[in-house]
Ligand binder design. Structure first.
Ligand code: NAG
Ligand code: NAG
Ligand code: NAG
Length: 195
């Protein structure tokens, strides 16, 4: 640098060049490390759509959803099976058609919490939907479910087995709801992108 005659217009580009060289040299070890990373090979991305009914049964001797925790004032609204702060554990039955006697296609295990404070029933669901038709493969929902909306959309955030790396969405419609005991049958249309 000492032997180079510089002026103010030249200094900026030459400093920039030096910086670029320094940055490239400092990146060298990282580039080497990156080339050692094991790369999984996935096939082509696939699209699968699923249609089924979920039976969420709170009543009776053999419920598929049970209250496991609730907020301080959860019992202050008699007749409301899911007041704000209620947490339910589920092993809901999934069937082909709306009737409970219809062919069972899988189960939805997980949790939902009553998350709406304004009196309109809203749940946040974290559930794994497993299907026997797909050898126990599943997709996973973690999403808000504004139950009073006629067609609501839930986010699919992952999956297992055939639905590995799944992402997508589920459109829900309430087929049946008993507002007294909370029993519900929900129609699901699910669109999945997966490998
Ligand atoms: C419970 O309800 C009472 C009376 O409405 C209220 O003062 C209190 O803040 C509530 N507590 C919780 C944890 O929501
Ligand atoms: C499920 O597994 C069986 C036995 O491994 C196989 O024959 C069948 O094709 C699989 N079905 C699906 C949908 O992956
Ligand atoms: C699901 O898709 C079927 C076929 O397109 C349609 O008839 C039904 O109304 C849809 N249901 C929901 C909840 O989106």
């Amino acid at each position: 640098m000492l032997f180079i005659k510089t002026n103010s217009t030249m200094r900026a580009p030459s400093l920039l060049a030096v910086l670029i060289v320094l940055v490239l040299f400092s990146l060298q070890p990282d580039a080497a490390a990156a080339s050692r990373v094991h790369h999984h090979r996935f096939g082509r991305e696939k699209l699968t759509t699923l249609h089924f009914y979920l039976h969420d049964t709170l009543s009776g001797k053999d419920p598929t959803a049970v209250l496991v925790a609730h907020g301080a004032n959860a019992t202050s609204r008699p007749g409301d099976p899911t007041p704000f702060g209620s947490v339910y554990a589920t092993d809901d039955v999934l069937t082909e058609g709306p009737e409970r006697a219809s062919r069972v296609v899988g189960s939805a295990q997980g949790l939902y919490v009553s998350s709406g404070k304004d009196g309109r029933l809203s749940l946040v669901m974290g559930m794994d939907f497993e299907f026997s038709d797909y050898n126990g493969s599943s997709f996973v929902v973690f999403s808000r479910n504004p139950v009073t909306v006629e067609h609501r959309e839930l986010a699919v955030v992952g999956g297992r087995g055939k639905f590995r790396m799944a992402r997508g969405f589920a459109v829900l419609r309430t087929h049946y709801l008993d507002t007294g005991n909370g029993d519900a049958i929900i129609e699901y249309n699910v669109t999945l992108l997966h490998y």
